[in-house]
Design a protein around this ligand. Structure first.
Ligand code: MG
Length: 359
């Protein structure tokens, strides 16, 4: 028997990939799909509405054995949202998370090992706030896969995106578009690119940033599809780059400082960015939540140096293991919790344990 959490997995992929004894899918929408059952006339079509299911169990070789659990009341409660996508009233805990190498596996970019803890967060209506070096466009895709409607932080704290209507109280923001109120901390991408070009002159031209790479090369470097690579190049506040001559690092950092920029290191790349960092964004979001909910406890999970500022400002900082099973030695802060596992495996274990202790 296998348990499936439909709210966080693609129905087409799961049904098409591993549902033996069932025949195909049709009538697919975001929330509903219909499956056909081979050889059983009275149950030949079953409609599954994701808004009304927490999970269901299935037996691959027995067409009649599906058990499903219906949610009580408003189905959107499990996403920490009400019908207007606003925050649920009893939020008292916030979870901030890095993506690459933390919630997402370093190589496969899968969050599947973290499904039990993700489900628990939804069940308990605890906001999960993505705080990543990825672009807005990349994070939006991942939020869709997670069915996550909470605010998020892009490009190492470059900007906070708060869905319109999420908070009922007022807060200051830099600008808005049709979907979000946006708080910007980052330096413009065009200025960052200018400074990167200056750095090239001091490193024998051995610096190359995302802006220099064609889509195909970003795809190869990151193990992305071309579509994913295209989204990764839609940068607004932060430039990931490769530095071949490591001896030039000191000089490069000096040039960055002189331009009021800084260099930090992520899982795969160095990053050139402004004075923004994940910690500033986390503190600002915490303050906005606290306007309504007073004292809130915060958890953050990361895997590398560019998560340090975020980990330093939360109550429960969690460091997950790198793919080699070690912890990033440059990440040191008070009360650091070392998660017992690599990437999303450690993420899952640490979150479940913290929820157990704190709730
Ligand atoms: Mg990371």
């Amino acid at each position: 028997m296998r348990r499936w959490f439909p709210s966080v997995q693609s129905p087409l992929w799961r049904v098409g990939g591993s549902w033996q004894g069932w025949r195909g899918t049709d009538a697919v929408t975001d929330d509903t799909f219909i499956i056909s059952c081979r050889g059983k006339k009275d149950a030949s079509r079953i409609t599954l509405n994701f808004d009304r299911l927490d999970y269901f169990d299935y037996h691959e070789n027995k067409s009649s054995l599906i058990s499903k659990k219906k949610r009580e009341g408003n189905p959107l409660k499990s996403l920490g949202m009400n019908k207007n996508s606003s925050m649920k009233e009893r939020s008292s805990l916030l979870v901030f998370t890095d993506l690459d190498g933390t919630l997402l596996d370093h190589d496969s970019y899968s969050f599947e090992p973290a499904l039990p803890a993700l489900s628990e967060l939804k069940e308990k209506c605890i906001p999960l706030i993505i705080c990543s070096s990825k672009t807005r466009a990349e994070i939006e895709i991942i939020r869709q896969r997670l069915h996550n409607g909470h605010p998020f932080v892009s490009e190492n704290g470059g900007a906070i995106f708060i869905p319109k209507g999420y908070f009922s109280h007022t807060f200051r923001y830099t600008r808005e578009d049709s979907d979000y109120r946006i708080i910007e901390y980052g330096t413009s991408y065009s200025k960052i690119r200018e400074v990167l070009k200056k750095m090239e002159g001091h490193s024998s031209g051995k610096i190359r940033g995302f802006g220099d790479f064609p889509i195909e090369e970003v795809a190869m470097l990151c193990d992305f599809s071309l579509d994913q690579a295209r989204l990764a190049k839609m940068r607004e506040y932060d430039e990931p780059f490769i530095l071949k001559n490591i001896d030039a690092l000191d000089k490069i950092q000096q040039i960055a400082e002189n331009a009021n920029l800084r260099v930090t290191r992520g899982g795969r790349f160095y990053h050139l960015l402004g004075e923004n960092d994940k910690g500033k964004a986390v503190l600002r979001l915490r303050d906005i939540y606290e306007k309504k909910f007073k004292r809130i406890k915060t958890i953050a999970l990361g895997n590398s140096q560019n998560d340090l500022k975020m980990l330093e400002v939360v109550d429960y900082p969690v460091l997950v293991q790198k793919p080699n099973g070690n912890y990033d030695p440059s990440v040191k802060c008070d009360n650091l919790i070392l998660a017992p596992g690599i990437g999303p495996i450690g993420w899952n274990a640490a979150v479940l344990e913290l929820l157990d202790d704190l709730l």
